[in-house]
Design a binder for this molecule. Structure first.
Ligand SMILES: [Zn+2]
Ligand SMILES: [Zn+2]
Length: 421
């Protein structure tokens, strides 16, 4: 394996607190303190050299939903967006609910040879929320954790057993917090905008009440619950209290919940329809503050590709979800870091060592000796979001046409350059 010298960049590694201009060596696929002969020298002047970015919430639709996203295309989108590791949700065309399915996802990802892929297995059979899936067998096959994401686990007894069982293997249960009785037929956030638009609302309490249940179950069982895509102020309060009480609760926020509010729904534009829905400006502010102060552990895109036709249906009928892997970095740098709402260090932390810790991954660091997953970011590059250019098969993004500042210039996984713009 040939050596790479990344020269003169701003080396920014929140895992070690390092933030200085210097050179980074990659030797034999590992981060090295020094090197001798580089097969490749990359001039990183003016660039940020950070640990490979990690996104622990993406939906690749394979197996079974390849028309929407294959594992290979999802991985291509990941590395183009600067992500070297992703964790894939289990609600694929055929749900990932067996050890064989977990191995399938890992094998397809290895074949693609781009990003590292850590598959979640389903919590329950068929994602139906009734009977536990093969949690132990999936854990042994390499599942990163367990989630019925896309669906809540409504039955508290099932959630309790899932937390206990997953804890035996040191794995988290990722909770899509939604009390489905409160959200039936909902198309957007419940509030004045929904009333005005005549759309049925998804009240924030449907999320915060479930998060409170899961936090209490986590305390009760000692199991690790990770709250997905936090959207509401009250959910932030629940997580803050749970952490203060010593519960094993971690949580994430998506770029859209960190930057967009429900005023965007006024045009009935499906590009702003996701689950949980965009909330009020006050909620957005609370989620940003919670990410800044560490109440929320990481940023995760909830990259959710859908077919264009499907997504272009009438607003109330069109599916939830937008793609995110190729826009997350630009959106976070433009709308949070450049706006002074988040420091560069905290933003990178929330996309590297933060998510690595949630899943117990040995990545998200530039410490000498660790596997060389590195992202070189050009913080000054301005680019326009053009979905036609996405590697992802999904084209629906709320940022279509936006000019963003900051992009991945080079993405390196395990010492190999897998993307270069
Ligand atoms: Zn979800
Ligand atoms: Zn999701």
């Amino acid at each position: 394996m040939s050596s790479i010298l990344i020269k003169g960049g701003r080396i920014l590694d929140p895992s070690t607190g390092r933030d200085e201009t210097g050179d980074l060596w990659i030797v034999g696929g590992k981060i090295a303190k020094s090197g001798r002969k580089a097969a490749r020298t990359i001039d990183a002047k003016g660039m940020w050299v950070v640990p490979g970015l990690i996104d622990i919430h993406v939906h690749f639709r394979e197996p079974g939903g390849e028309a929407k996203e294959t594992i290979a295309d999802g991985c291509a989108a990941a590395v183009a967006g600067g992500f070297t590791s992703v964790a894939t949700m289990a609600n694929t065309g055929h749900p990932v609910e067996t050890a064989m399915a977990v191995r399938y996802v890992r094998d397809r990802a290895a074949e693609a040879g781009l990003a590292r892929v850590f598959p979640f297995g389903a919590v329950t059979k068929g994602l139906r929320g009734e009977e536990l899936a093969e949690i132990g067998l999936m854990a042994k096959a390499g599942a990163a954790g367990f989630s019925d994401d896309g669906h809540p686990v409504m039955n508290s007894e099932v959630m309790r057993r899932a937390l206990e069982y997953a804890a035996m293997f040191g794995k988290p249960v990722v909770s899509h917090c939604e009390d489905a009785h409160l959200t039936k037929g909902a198309a957007m956030n419940e509030g004045p905008v929904a009333t005005e638009l005549g759309l049925r609302g998804w009240p924030a309490v449907a999320e915060s009440a479930m998060a409170a249940r899961d936090a209490m179950l986590s305390r009760w069982t000692g199991g690790h619950v990770h709250i997905a895509h936090v959207s509401a102020k009250e959910t932030v309060e629940v997580i803050r209290a749970a952490k203060a009480a010593g519960a094993r609760v971690t949580a994430e926020a998506s770029p859209h919940h960190l930057t967009l509010d429900d005023q965007k729904l006024r045009g009935y534009d499906p590009r702003f329809k996701m689950n949980p829905p965009l909330r009020s400006a006050e909620d957005v502010q609370a989620v940003v503050a919670a990410l800044a102060d560490g109440t929320l552990d990481c940023i995760a895109s909830d990259h959710a590709p859908h077919g264009t036709e499907e997504k272009e249906q009438e607003f109330a009928a069109c599916p939830n979800g937008v793609v995110g892997l190729e826009t997350t970095l630009g959106v976070i740098l433009t709308d949070l870091v450049a706006e002074g709402k988040l420091t560069a260090n905290r933003a990178i932390e929330a996309m590297t060592v933060g998510p690595a810790r949630v899943l117990g991954l040995p990545h998200g660091t530039l410490a000498a000796g660790s596997a060389a997953d590195v992202t070189i970011i050009d913080p000054g590059r301005k680019w326009k979001v053009d979905p036609a250019k996405f590697r992802s098969r999904g084209r629906c993004t709320p940022w279509e046409g936006r000019t963003l500042k900051g992009a991945a210039a080079v993405t390196i996984v395990d010492g190999r350059i897998v993307f270069e713009s």
